[in-house]
Design a protein around this ligand. Structure first.
Ligand SMILES: [Zn+2]
Length: 239
């Protein structure tokens, strides 16, 4: 009888081998099917530096009546950027996270906001289990690594599994996510935080999470999203 040595998938070594295996598989796939730029189809990267640099930055939104100090977006939610976010969010293309995080860092560099740590907009545990990963957490983690700032994965939770915001108007969106979040005071007290999400439409979800972070003692919260809806102008100023 042969004995097989199997690493438990949840052990640190198991995770490492899983990551190495996925990285090797990805390298092989890149060799067989090299990535193409989502915008110009040029071979070599997922989003080539030329096309990424062409994207205009949306105006920075100063939001005095919101729990957010300001909201910064890396680009308008349209065209190839929309495809890249969609690939990260729905198609499991987690390799887009570092690329989009680099663009987030460029957007942030337009301001003088000095952050102490980075948080991803939390998903409710049930939705996380269903989807398997939180795209906002991936972006936040990649951004924290890029900026050499601490990433706080457990500083905030989504305690209510709200219905999706799609199809709701601005007031309904704000009501839907009010009190949906809670934050951990001893992780956020006194800190200036970057709160990262993939896309903002009215900013209601970002504002609700920022409110929880400020209730827990955060000094300030800057919302940072990859995309922002085109009809977003000034809509972050929630009553
Ligand atoms: Zn390109």
């Amino acid at each position: 009888m042969s004995r097989r040595f199997v690493l438990p998938a949840h052990s640190e070594a198991g995770k490492l081998f899983g990551q190495l295996g996925r990285a090797a598989a990805q390298t092989t796939l890149d060799f067989l099917f090299p990535p193409h730029c989502v915008a110009c189809q040029r071979v070599g990267s997922l989003y080539c530096p030329h096309c990424l640099a062409e994207l205009p930055f949306p105006p920075i939104n100063h939001t005095p009546s919101s729990p957010l100090t300001l909201h910064i977006a890396a680009a308008f939610f349209e065209g190839a950027l929309r495809n890249a976010i969609h690939a990260l969010k729905y198609e499991g293309k987690q390799r887009y996270a570092p690329l989009l995080a680099a663009r987030l860092a460029l957007a942030l560099a337009q301001t003088d906001y000095r952050a102490d740590a980075v948080i991803g907009l939390p998903l409710h545990a049930e939705r996380l289990a269903w989807r398997g990963y939180n795209q906002s957490a991936l972006l936040a983690q990649a951004l924290a690594a890029h900026l050499k700032l601490p990433y706080l994965p457990d500083a905030a939770q989504r305690i209510h599994n709200t219905v999706p915001q799609v199809g709701l108007n601005r007031q309904q969106r704000a009501a839907n996510v009010a009190n949906a979040f809670q934050a951990v005071p001893n992780q956020v007290r006194g800190l200036h935080l970057l709160l990262v999400d993939d896309v903002a439409t009215t900013g209601a979800t970002l504002a609700a999470c920022a409110a929880a972070l400020k209730d827990a003692g955060a000094a300030s919260v800057c919302g940072l999203t990859v995309g922002v809806a085109l009809y977003h102008q000034a809509s972050l100023d929630l009553p």
